[in-house]
Design a binder for this molecule. Sequence first.
Ligand SMILES: Cc1cc2nc3c(=O)[nH]c(=O)nc-3n(C[C@H](O)[C@H](O)[C@H](O)COP(=O)(O)O)c2cc1C
Ligand code: SF4
Length: 533
Amino acid sequence: MSAALTLYVPRDSAALAVGADAVVDALRAQAAATGTELTVVRNGSRGLLWLEVLLEVATPQGRVAYGPVSAEDVPTLWPVLLADAAGQGGSHPLRQGVTEQIPYLARQERLTFARVGVTDPLSLGDYAAHEGWAGLKAAVAQDSAAILQAVTHSGLRGRGGAAFPAGIKWRTVAQAPGSIKYVVCNADEGDSGTFADRMVMEGDPYLLIEGMAIAALAVGAEQGFIYVRSEYPQAVAVLAEAIERATQAGWIGANVAGSGKRFDLQVRMGAGSYVCGEETAMLESLEGRRGIVRAKPPLPALQGLFGQPTVINNVLTFAAVPTILARGADFYRHYGVGRSHGTLPFQLAGNIRHGGLVEKAFGLTLRELLDGFGGGTRSGRPIKAVQVGGPLGAYLSESQWDVPLDYEAYAAIGAVVGHGGIVVHDDTADLAALARYAMEFCALESCGKCTPCRIGSTRGVEVIDRLVANRANPQVHEQQVTLLRDLCDTMLGGSLCAMGGMTPYPVLSALNHYPADFGLAPAPVASETAAAN
Ligand SMILES: Cc1cc2nc3c(=O)[nH]c(=O)nc-3n(C[C@H](O)[C@H](O)[C@H](O)COP(=O)(O)O)c2cc1C
Ligand code: SF4
């Protein structure tokens, strides 16, 4: 052997989709041909998605990144990688420099994503060496009340959309009567432009397992389920392996981290319906039935899975918990603004030059994300509209991009932060068409249980069609606008869940901020807030 080389190539779906396995094959072939001792670590993705496949080489200065790398680049890269590994630097068009110093990464505040892309996701040794299990160990040393107090005091709110305080939910389950309780992770991740849950599951699965185990200790649950969408086969495979290894190692199972308490974990696959992400529809699906929304009350915290008290949280909510227990509630609480504590892994998607994962404390602005991280549109044209918070989130026009990203400030402008998904459109976007799509999406995905959503969404598509077709007929046009606003009002106030209840957000924001796309004269922006709240 002439030289030794340690390389990192992600095993994350985003990297696999653009040829990560082919890159590894080419690297191994090169190593065999040159007699090089090669170690390839299949890490998670760093979340700089425009640079995938992001190949890193271990050097005396730390890891150095190259991207986007394809298998065809490997022959020219090879001597440069060897030079880097030997500490002699290197020059190549794909060279991005020391990974941690790439501004997109260096300017983030990664708490949840601290390990993602750094470690081998399935290596228990790597996990432990990077502060893994510190939160669970701290939890085992406390009683349930102290864990609940820490999570409550941290200010952690649900990251799945509704932003409900996690500590209050956990306390409700802990205090609910009954000896059987469950912990369920909602990993349906159906929002447009979102991928943070998947990145955690594929890139740092023990983090989610640790967060769920802490929840189980806090509420007295012995069984947990992770409900993963079927479009995430890679995440399912990684989780299954991680659960097996964590159980074998005694972190979960019959004696959670030596606590004497039991917690078993299983993965369940959904079948690709957006509404199955709604927590009660998810419970129906988990119980083997069609995903139809349940009326509340009873709250799932009191009567959830199989009628038992159940903690339901999003992946990112559970994934924030180990840091809170390991470093203290005050440490976590210190990040953020107002009542939005901690960090949120924002996901930049759509027509954006530098799409990817940006974890920052609450309080930064959309403009900072779009320009500072995203670098404008991929098409090079001006940004026209940005949908924040998934398909039920409002479209934000430029006048709103300086509002701090915090739950209350966004609610005040009729928008939602949601799961942190950000989808960018350039000036070729037609907001009337996007409003129509919001209604159409609702019609397709509605579970059908309540009339405002089931019927209203179909009528919504028709009204928008009539509205657009009658641009030249002011009288009919005006009637249709009135009808559309009335319909949105009914859906907002009369729907059983947020599927029908929030579809008016994208529709009204499009109508109010982009009237010209609907054939309306620009008018002072009406406040959607009153209608949306
Ligand atoms: C139509 C619809 C889809 C939803 N999809 C998801 C989802 O994919 N993942 C998720 O965590 N929450 C989703 N939610 C929110 C859940 O109902 C629930 O609030 C959440 O799982 C609770 O976890 P959290 O408190 O940690 O956010 C959805 C809600 C609705 C109305
Ligand atoms: S709002 Fe839509 S998805 Fe929600 S319960 Fe009613 S019909 Fe079902």
